[in-house]
Design a protein around this ligand. Structure first.
Ligand code: DX5
Ligand code: ZN
Length: 223
């Protein structure tokens, strides 16, 4: 039984001079959640935004916020993003010396614990923390920037993670290069939550049409 499809737009391609309005447009276009790409300039060679911006926008939207923490020391920052209104906190396995403890901290703060796996990181990393997880993010680009090419060999990892998550109440998310031409293969490989940035913001049918198109392609591919 496939898990429900969710479309989670990345805010990276948004017009940062009007970020609140842009997020509202995404919600009105049918987005299921907002995917906040948080970058510290160390874990990835890019710097994006902090919790105060998210907190300022939180009251204006009703859909969920998820924080994708591309940061070297998530333990220091998790509480700030929960307080800012993010209900799912995704940490990178590669940034966590004590991943079990970090995921437990997220749960203790009342948010959904999630882990992201960079392209080089094997699926086996989640073996002993599956009972803590509400979402696994299989990166389909090397993190740091939007607009990169989808790494198709990650589909084998998606299928491996999906098999490892059988029996667990846990979503499988993909992030990076998700577009009308790649989403079906990712869905067929086992993903059910889809982050899209550049492909959605540049979709010929606009945000609403693009969200609908991506959702339909994913649902059709789930069978
Ligand atoms: C990359 C981010 C992704 C990315 C998605 O580090 O995690 O969310 O920005 O953007 P597109 O869909 O343009 O690859
Ligand atoms: Zn992301």
């Amino acid at each position: 039984m496939s898990r429900p499809v969710a479309i989670a737009p990345s805010i990276l391609p948004a017009d940062f001079s009007r970020l609140g309005e842009e997020c509202l447009k995404l919600q009105e276009a049918g987005a299921d959640r907002i995917h906040w790409d948080v970058m510290d300039g160390v874990f990835v060679p890019n710097l994006s935004l902090g919790p105060d911006i998210i907190a300022a926008i939180r009251p204006h939207l009703t859909i969920d916020f998820e924080a994708h923490l591309m940061v070297v020391n998530p333990d220091q920052l998790i509480h700030r993003y929960v307080e800012a209104g993010c209900s799912t906190i995704t940490v990178h396995a590669e940034a966590c010396t004590h991943l079990h403890r970090t995921l437990s901290l997220i749960a203790d703060l009342g948010a959904t614990p999630a882990v992201a796996l960079n392209p080089h990181t094997p699926a086996e990393v989640i073996t002993n923390v599956r009972d803590l997880l509400g979402l696994v993010l299989v990166m389909t680009v090397n993190p740091g920037f939007g607009g990169q090419a989808y790494i198709a060999p990650m589909e084998a990892k998606m299928t491996q993670v999906a098999e490892m998550l059988e029996g667990y109440d846990c979503d499988l998310q993909v992030d990076g290069g998700i577009s009308p031409t790649t989403i079906a293969a990712a869905a067929a490989a086992g993903a059910n939550v889809f982050v899209s940035g550049s492909a959605l913001f540049n979709h010929p049918d606009g945000l609403a049409g693009g969200t609908k198109d991506l959702r339909q392609r994913a649902e059709d591919a789930q069978g």
